[in-house]
Ligand binder design. Structure first.
Ligand SMILES: NC(=O)c1ccc[n+]([C@@H]2O[C@H](COP(=O)([O-])OP(=O)(O)OC[C@H]3O[C@@H](n4cnc5c(N)ncnc54)[C@H](OP(=O)(O)O)[C@@H]3O)[C@@H](O)[C@H]2O)c1
Length: 291
C-alpha cells in the first residue's frame, strides 16, 4: 500500500507515519513545507508522481482562539483543504482518510455522541472542520472521516506550542506544586499511538464512511489529571474547579465524549480503555512510576 501522510511532523502525523510503516506500507511523510493544503493546485504533481492508494490528512488550523479571530484561514485550511483532497481522491483514485474532531458537537446531549447525532458546532474551528467533513461526504467516493478528541502523543502538538494536556499537567505540578482542574467538562482523551493503529486498521479494511475513534470510557479533565498524577506518582495538590472558574474566550462543548458505534458495528473497534492508553503514553515518554 502506498500511503501519503499530510501533516507528518505533527503530533498525530508522527505516530501515523510510524504505524503505517510498521505495517509495511510505503509511506511518503509530507509536512507543511511540502504542501499548502489550502492551495488547490499545490499537491497535483504529488498525486501524479506518487500515485498513492491512501492519503491521510491530519493538517488543520486548530488553535481554537486563532480560528475565531482568523475565520478565513480556518475555512481555507479546514474546509477548502478537505474539499481539494476530496476532489483529488476521485480524480486520482485514492482512499482519503481525514482527521476530524469532537468539536463538531455542542455538548448538550450529555451522553456519548454517535456518528448519527446531529452536529452543532459552537465555534469557528468546529464549523470549519464540519464543513470539511461535508465536502468530503459530498465529493469523495472512498473515504473515512475519523473524529478524535483531546489528542495527546509523544510528538509535540505544533498548534499548541508543543504541549498536550498530560505535558501541561506535569509541567504545572512540577513548577507550582498545585493544580486546579475543571471537574464538570467531560471527554475521552485520545492517545495518538492507539488512534494511529485504529486508522491503519480502517485503511486496510476497505470500509468507507464517518467513524468516531476514541478510547473506551470517559472522564472529566479533573479525573484525567488525577490519573496522570497517580500513575506518575507526582506530588501535587489537585483541586476540583468548575468551568465557571476558567471563563473561556471561545465557547467549547462541555461534554464531547464520542462513542465508536460505527467502528463497533463494522467489527473494527480496537481502541483500548482510556486509562490503558494513558499508561501506554506515560511508559513511552518514561513517566510511568506505577509499579
Ligand atoms: N490536538 C487535539 O487535541 C485534537 C483534538 C481533536 C481533533 N484534532 C484533529 O487532529 C488533527 C491532528 O492534530 P495534531 O494534534 O496532530 O496537530 P499538530 O501537531 O498541530 O499537527 C498539524 C499538522 O498540520 C500541518 N499544517 C497546518 N496547517 C497546514 C496547512 N495550511 N497546509 C499544510 N499543512 C498544515 C502542521 O504543520 P505546521 O505546524 O508547520 O503548520 C502540522 O504538521 C487535526 O486535524 C485536528 O483538527 C486534534
Amino acid at each position: 500500500m502506498r500511503t501519503i501522510i499530510l501533516g507528518a511532523n505533527g503530533q498525530f502525523g508522527c505516530d501515523l507515519t510510524k504505524a503505517f510503516r510498521a505495517r509495511g506500507s510505503e509511506v511518503t511523510a509530507l509536512t507543511h513545507q511540502d504542501v499548502e493544503i489550502s492551495d488547490v493546485a499545490a499537491p497535483e504533481a504529488l498525486w501524479e508522481s506518487l500515485k498513492p492508494d491512501v492519503v491521510v490528512n491530519t493538517t488543520a488550523f486548530h488553535n481554537v482562539e486563532a480560528c475565531e479571530s482568523e475565520p478565513r484561514t480556518a475555512f481555507a485550511v479546514n474546509a477548502l483543504g478537505a474539499r481539494h483532497l476530496a476532489v483529488a481522491s476521485v480524480q486520482h483514485r485514492f482512499k482519503l482518510i481525514h482527521i476530524s474532531t469532537d468539536y463538531v458537537f455542542d455538548g448538550a446531549k450529555g451522553r456519548p455522541y454517535t456518528e448519527e447525532d446531529l452536529p452543532r458546532p459552537l465555534n469557528t474551528y468546529g464549523n470549519s472542520k464540519l464543513s470539511g467533513e461535508y465536502f468530503i461526504q459530498a465529493g469523495a467516493k472512498d473515504y473515512a472521516i475519523v473524529r478524535v478528541s483531546g489528542l495527546y502523543g509523544a510528538a509535540p502538538c505544533r498548534a499548541k506550542k508543543g504541549l498536550n494536556f498530560v505535558k501541561t499537567m506535569l509541567k504545572l505540578a512540577r513548577e507550582r506544586g498545585e493544580v486546579k482542574v475543571t471537574a464538570d467538562e467531560f471527554v475521552t482523551p485520545t492517545y495518538t499511538v492507539a488512534s494511529a493503529a485504529q486508522v491503519v486498521k480502517l485503511a486496510e479494511s476497505g470500509v468507507s464512511g464517518l467513524f468516531h475513534a476514541t478510547p473506551q470510557g470517559q472522564c472529566s479533565w479533573y479525573e484525567f489529571a488525577e490519573a496522570i498524577f497517580r500513575y506518575t506518582r507526582t506530588p501535587v495538590k489537585l483541586t476540583r474547579a468548575s468551568s465557571a472558574d476558567f471563563p473561556a474566550k471561545v465557547p467549547r462543548p462541555r461534554y464531547s465524549v464520542l462513542e465508536n458505534k460505527a467502528l463497533r458495528e463494522a467489527g473494527l473497534d480496537i481502541m483500548p480503555d482510556w486509562t490503558e492508553c494513558l499508561r501506554g503514553y506515560l511508559m513511552e515518554t518514561g513517566e510511568l512510576r506505577e509499579e
